[in-house]
Design a protein around this ligand. Structure first.
Ligand code: ADP
Ligand code: MG
Length: 250
């Protein structure tokens, strides 16, 4: 298992956002996480990526506990994520956004990300190279010099993928990548998610678009009010009575 989550719990005051959740993610799989708004899906990603400390439970990545690890450490280990809303630097180019984003994710603070020593120049060149490769991967290298403000919503979502890929991940956590994109433009994103998985990167995917989930996912976990109510193949989930009542039927 590339990712093993055991009895993971996160309480915000009196609210248990993630409640005793277990999940094993197999290397190379596309593991979907679905559930109604407020089910705890994004919080689950925040716990894995180190943005929130858990209340209890354990998370291990390739056999190593990543519990209580800082986000930049988790990123360096090979776990990258996208956010439900991606804040991009509106005045910068597509390419610069990927380079800056990469630094912000892997360095421990803003100054660390901005300051450069000679020693770090080689690292810098590598990160530019990696940013370019990531843009090629998402098939937007022709827009490398375009201002972020000039590209479409679907292209912005692709850039969010590039930000994640530029850190050299082995596992990516995608939080609602198709949200806010025209339904007729989601095929390109689905294609890219498949392409990411084919390149050997394990994918955890939160998404509301059921057709996308059912066609992409190897396995699906369903969360409801913080609790895991089901886990299985798309076929099993579609016919699960508890899931239909809590989520799919609504
Ligand atoms: P989902 O992504 O499934 O829609 P979230 O993980 O964003 O759900 O939220 C789960 C619950 O946790 C919600 O009730 C939300 O209001 C609460 N929550 C999320 N983040 C915080 C936070 N930082 N502080 C307090 N409550 C939070
Ligand atoms: Mg969410």
């Amino acid at each position: 298992m590339v990712l093993k989550v055991e009895q993971l719990t996160k309480a915000f005051g009196g609210l248990t956002a993630v409640d005793n959740v277990d999940l094993d993610v197999k290397e190379g799989d596309i593991q979907a996480i679905i559930g109604p708004n407020g089910a705890g899906k994004s919080t689950f990603f925040n716990l894995i990526s180190g943005f929130h400390p858990s209340t209890s439970g354990n998370i291990s990545y390739k056999g190593e506990s990543i519990e209580k690890m800082q986000p930049n450490k988790v990123a360096k280990l090979g776990i990258a994520r996208t956010f439900q809303t991606t804040n991009l630097f509106e005045d910068a180019t597509v390419m610069d956004n990927v380079i800056i984003g990469n630094r912000l994710r892997t360095k421990s603070g803003l100054w660390d990300a901005i300051l450069r020593t000679k020693r770090e120049q080689r690292e810098e060149e590598e990160s530019i190279q990696k940013a370019y490769e990531s843009l090629e991967f998402i098939e937007l290298s022709h827009l490398a010099d375009a201002p972020i403000g000039s590209i479409t919503q679907e292209q912005r979502k692709r850039v969010a993928f590039a930000l994640a890929l530029a850190t050299n991940p082995k596992l990516v956590l995608l939080d609602e990548p198709a949200a806010g994109v025209n339904p007729d433009e989601t095929d390109g994103l689905a294609y890219l998610i498949k392409k990411i998985a084919k390149s050997g990167i394990t994918v955890c995917l939160i998404e509301h678009k059921m057709s996308m989930i059912m066609s992409l996912a190897d396995r699906i976990m369903v969360l409801n009010q913080g609790k895991r109510i089901a886990e299985g193949t798309p076929e099993e989930i579609q016919h699960n009575q508890v899931v239909i009542e809590a989520y799919l039927g609504s």
